[in-house]
Design a protein around this ligand. Structure first.
Ligand SMILES: Nc1ncnc2c1ncn2[C@@H]1O[C@H](COP(=O)(O)OP(=O)(O)O)[C@@H](O)[C@H]1O
Ligand SMILES: [Mg+2]
Ligand SMILES: [Zn+2]
Length: 284
């Protein structure tokens, strides 16, 4: 059976309270040594990529929540906004400045949020009104440049806001950056099983575990009756997670307050409580 093939690798010390056992995360086999193209960023200890099947499902919100939570837990935290054509991270963290070149002109200094989350994004290199019209290969090389040329310094956790989809750019990210794990974001309207299937296949090719699955906009807590309404339809994440041996599942409600925080550039105030199972896997 498919279930038996899996070698289950979990971060140390993360016990699933539901089962009393370590969390299962999806990984087909032991990791290969990573081929990192330069040594500049050896100070970045953990790299977590956040991906989704399509845009608008809350990938950036989840990336921001994870980073805010990491910072709150006292970790040196960074976000690499790899959504080159739809960058939204700087604005949601209230960053108004631009990234500057280092004194020797060889690297770029990332911007920092109020609480010190280092951020690099296409938005920080150009005027806000300039659209990015590049095609796939150039976009992919921009992402690897962001990794290589930014002076990230000592960083405990870097979160990558991937471009939407399971195409070439996320694949390049997994191939050329030392990604330790992937978080997949879906919505109830998605063909969840298909997206997770694709993500699992990509991750398996690179020997990267899928650490958790998020269903965003899963339900709405009705202010009138207090019940959870499944506005966008029935949830399918639990089946998909079960099928692929992913233990950490999060269901985030539709929460207008979170949208307001993001709009107001206050993403650092986002509450990571809804992602608890996943943050436990990541932070141990
Ligand atoms: N759970 C949620 N409740 C309310 N608004 C949300 C929620 N998730 C995302 N949003 C809002 O929906 C929009 C799309 O989310 P975003 O994170 O930008 O998606 P993506 O990065 O996948 O394109 C944003 O305006 C965001 O603030
Ligand atoms: Mg986004
Ligand atoms: Zn109701």
């Amino acid at each position: 059976m498919e279930q038996n093939k899996k070698v289950e690798v979990t971060p140390e010390n993360s016990i699933n309270p539901k089962t009393g056992k370590p969390y299962r995360t999806h990984r087909e086999s032991a990791p290969d040594p990573k081929t990192v193209r330069n040594d500049n960023n050896r100070g970045v200890k953990h790299v977590i990529a956040v991906m989704s099947g399509k845009g608008g499902v809350g990938k950036s919100l989840v990336t921001s929540m994870l980073a805010a939570q990491a910072r709150r837990n006292g970790f040196k935290t960074a976000i690499l906004d790899a959504d080159i054509t739809g960058p939204s991270i700087p604005k949601s963290f209230g960053i108004t400045g631009k990234a500057m070149p280092s004194a020797d002109g060889q690297s770029i200094i990332p911007c920092e949020s109020q609480n010190g989350i280092k951020i690099m994004s296409m938005n920080l290199l150009m005027k806000d009104t300039d659209p990015v019209v590049w095609r796939g290969p150039i976009i992919a090389s921009a992402v690897t440049e962001f990794w290589e040329k930014t002076t990230w310094g000592d960083t405990d956790y870097m979160f990558i806001d991937c471009p939407p989809g399971t195409g070439d750019v996320p694949l390049t990210i997994f191939q050329s950056l030392p990604v330790d794990g992937i978080v997949v974001v879906t919505s109830p309207q998605d063909l969840v099983s298909m997206i997770v299937e694709k993500a699992v296949k990509m991750a398996a090719m690179m020997n990267i575990p899928i650490l958790g699955l998020v269903e965003n906009m899963s339900y709405y807590v009705c202010p009138d009756c207090g019940k959870q309404h499944s506005i966008f339809g029935e949830s399918h994440v639990d089946e998909a997670a079960e099928k692929h041996g992913i233990d950490a599942v999060a269901k985030l409600p539709i929460n207008p307050q979170n949208a307001s925080l993001v709009d107001a550039g206050r993403a650092e105030a986002l509450d990571g409580e809804g992602l608890k199972e996943i943050t436990e896997v990541i932070f141990g």
